[in-house]
Design a protein around this ligand. Sequence first.
Ligand SMILES: [Mg+2]
Length: 404
Amino acid sequence: MKITDIRATTVSVPLEAPLRHSNGTHWGRFVRTIVEVETDEGIVGFGEMGGGGESAEMAIRGLKPYLVGHDPTEFEAMRYKICNPTASLYNNRTQLHASIEFACLDIVGQKLGVPVYKLLGGKLRDEVQFASYLFFRYPNEATGEGEVRTPEQLVEHTRDLKERFGFTTHKLKGGVFDPQYELDCYLALAEAFPLDRYRFDPNSVYSVEQSIEFAKAIRHINNDYFEDPTWGLNGMRKVREKIDIPLSTNTVVVNFEQLAQNILNPAVDVILLDTTFWGGVRACHKAAVVCETFQYSVAVHSSGELGIQLATMLHLGSTIANMPFAIDAHYHQLTDDILVGGKMAYKNGAIAVPDKPGLGIEVDREKVRYYAEEFRRLGGYAYDRDPMRPDWYPIVPNDRWANP
Ligand SMILES: [Mg+2]
């Protein structure tokens, strides 16, 4: 089997409301690039990448000279063709590679008539448990609804998500307002739902000292972990020495080099694997095996996904033993998906692992066309800016908090 063509289409899919984070805002929509890899046997595989526009589409198409004629079952060769570690000093293609790898896994699964999880060694669970992903939100521009700013609004929003999706683990994205205000919000949640589990992620914007103080103030609640309170392996290590809550990261251990450093001189307890950041499902699976060897727990990180990437997270999550945590997804914040039938369904906070061949999803080409048109109409947005605070940009550690 040979790859004959690679296509990329950027889409814009609406969110319920703009999501605020420490570096800016997801301004009411996710922009993602859908990748299609075609083969000489007529099998087409789908991949997905964050962000988009002409440059993303061109970057994906730019891989064609490397990959047309490549056998999609040859994953290791493809890794070196696209992401040779020395060549990558000049052209960082890790995330591009991930999107093509998703598509090739989809192709090989379809060819063999097996779901992707079987290509990874088989699933250990039939469904994957998700945490709610709670954000401070601006109101929806059109309806004026959906704002999350006060502790009361946060508790109400969480109650609503629990009813709709069944979440019993909650992740609060912080780093927007000053730490004391966000601490009050986090503790209000834990008080409202005392039997549930929690994790807080201020996206690395606290100082070492603020991180330690925050950790001490939350130690009495059911924390899964404290995610990326401060920046850098050394900052995290200094925090870890002074607190008794596990630390997790999706920022300072995102490749094998950093994983090795963290094992030799621990700074973080739980590694959050992202199928895009790590360069593919297989890289995450390999990293999970390394973590298992050294008795590190992992979970799956969300960099904002539509159904294609969500499927990669489900297949990965179903195959890892050392994952005692619910995984993250922004998915429930979306109002739609590019899959036939719309979004995958949650049941009791979990989503069933697709059992059909390949990624096990069916992409709705009409929806891709519609949301590609939406992208052309709306354009991109700056991830690291907030349109409501035009002169603002964050520093690390931050002290330029939004006013609640
Ligand atoms: Mg994070």
